[in-house]
Design a protein around this ligand. Structure first.
Ligand code: C2E
Ligand code: CA
Ligand code: CA
Ligand code: CA
Length: 275
């Protein structure tokens, strides 16, 4: 048995070494991409659940590595956060997305994701103001998406940053709502304009009674706190019908459109505006 244990341990060590090696290579490629600003942005349109009209789009970071091909944000963003690269990458996203959105029709909003690490960086407001100034995109059409976990702890920095952004006319959305650990008291303590119901609930609709209750409850909560509600991850007509019926303002999901590149989204927006 001892020999089998040792063999097992050596195998485990080898797997660990491989994992460490793979991770190191990913870090090298990511640093290089960051230096060369080698990222793209895809845009996923958002529509009004009552009228079906576009209300704007969310910017989603894309990395096509020359060696690896497309790398998922869920794979490389945590690494970028750990390496301290996310503020630089985030600044790039803000700048490029504001430039792209500056040529959208004037009633359409832009949503940009902000990592919890970025939110703790005291330079964030300045980075956002600079992106707006450089692009001429109006503050009133920009929404920053933060997550519940970003509100935990570090109250003072986060409160100062969010207040500064709010005073400038920028809106704040709470992304992935229902999946984090934040208590509901955060909702009215911080200046938050919108709640985005996480797709894990939306995708169980309408069959799963638990998810249906959660979506209903979040929609009511949003109404009583005078926040807008977005449901994300809508893939079916049934989900769309449920959401529209239960007072969610906006919807987003593959049923409406997958994330598409900057040229395509402007085409989509212009076609609708000229209808
Ligand atoms: P998220 O902010 O919750 O973004 C929504 C994700 O759901 C996107 O995945 C989008 O492609 C996907 N999605 C949209 N509609 C549907 C649908 O109907 N069905 C399904 N199954 N998925 C749908 P993506 O682009 O892979 O991004 C994953 C996450 O990476 C984002 O989740 C966000 O947390 C993060 N992320 C993306 N771009 C950025 C960025 O610029 N900065 C930061 N900090 N995080 C980002
Ligand atoms: Ca988001
Ligand atoms: Ca989300
Ligand atoms: Ca997410």
């Amino acid at each position: 048995a001892k020999r089998a244990d040792e063999r097992g341990y050596r195998l485990f060590e080898l797997t660990m070494q491989e994992a460490t090696q793979r991770r190191r290579l990913l870090e090298v490629d990511l640093r290089r991409a960051c230096m060369r600003e080698d990222f793209q942005i895809a845009y996923q349109p958002v529509i009004d659940s009552a009228t079906g009209a576009f209300t704007g789009a969310e910017a989603l970071l894309r990395w096509t590595c020359p060696k690896r091909g497309n790398v998922q944000p869920s794979e490389f963003i945590p690494v970028a956060e750990e390496l301290g690269l996310i503020s630089r990458i985030g600044a790039m996203v803000l700048k490029k997305a504001c430039i792209d959105a500056a040529s959208w029709p004037g009633h359409l909003d832009l949503a940009v994701n902000i990592s919890p690490v970025q939110l703790l960086d005291p330079r964030l407001p300045q980075t956002v103001f600079q992106a707006l100034e450089d692009s001429g995109f109006p503050a009133a059409r920009l929404e920053l998406e933060i997550t519940e976990t970003a509100l935990l702890g570090n109250d003072e920095i986060v409160m100062r940053t969010l207040t500064e952004l709010r005073d400038f006319g920028i809106r704040i959305s709470l992304d992935d709502f229902g999946t984090g650990y934040s208590s509901l008291s955060y909702l009215h303590r911080f200046p938050i304009n919108r709640i985005k119901i996480d797709k894990s609930f939306v995708q169980q609709l309408p069959a799963d009674a638990g998810s249906a209750s959660i979506v209903r409850a979040i929609a009511q909560l949003g109404q009583s706190l005078q926040m807008k509600i977005t449901a994300e991850g809508i893939e079916t007509d049934e989900q769309m019908a449920f959401i529209a019926e239960h007072g969610c303002d906006d919807v987003q999901g593959f049923l409406i459109s997958r994330p598409i590149d900057a040229d395509k989204i402007i085409g989509l927006f212009q076609r609708e505006t000229s209808k």
